[in-house]
Design a protein around this ligand. Structure first.
Ligand code: UDP
Length: 140
């Protein structure tokens, strides 16, 4: 199996509820190793840029608002099949559809405030890592 890197955000709703450690534990328990990590408060402009792919979707304005409202934790996670593994550990976008034992099932508040972001493919993982980290910040 391939060792991959993926990009993760612990979103404002989870940081506000002091869930950073509990969420990182889920990653570690599932073989995902944080190789870069920082707590930041995204500007509106950063949130708009990061989610530009969704700019025509009805939820875009609210999403940008929520993601820039208070701090987040951005991370690079490394492990076997990290991209798919992270998506499995996160669970479905809407917590009502998320499987038992997933982060979103256990912690998300709603489809919008759903506690975590994770890259969905190798190309987006590479782009998203670059959006927030320099190469010398990745210490795998
Ligand atoms: N989102 C939302 N309403 C929707 C779909 C998505 O508010 O109907 C938000 C939600 O926070 C989600 C993000 O937009 O995590 C990005 O959506 P995507 O479909 O890429 O879901 P994800 O990859 O995060 O599971």
């Amino acid at each position: 199996m391939a060792i991959e890197r993926t990009f993760s955000i612990i979103k404002p709703d989870a940081v506000r509820r002091n869930l950073i450690g509990k969420i990182i534990a889920r990653f570690e328990e599932n073989g995902l190793r944080p190789i870069a990590m920082k707590k930041i408060h995204m500007s509106r402009q950063q949130a708009e840029g990061f989610y530009a792919v969704h700019k025509d979707r009805p939820f875009y304005g609210e999403l940008v608002e929520q993601m820039s409202a208070s701090p987040v934790v951005v991370q690079v996670l490394e492990g076997e099949n990290a991209i798919l593994k992270n998506r499995e550990v996160m669970g479905a976008t809407n917590p009502e559809n998320a499987a038992e034992g997933t982060i979103r099932k256990d912690f998300a508040l709603s489809v919008g405030e759903n506690s975590v972001h994770g890259s969905d493919a190798p190309e987006t993982a590479a782009e998203e890592i670059k959006f927030f980290f320099n190469d010398d910040e990745l210490v795998g």
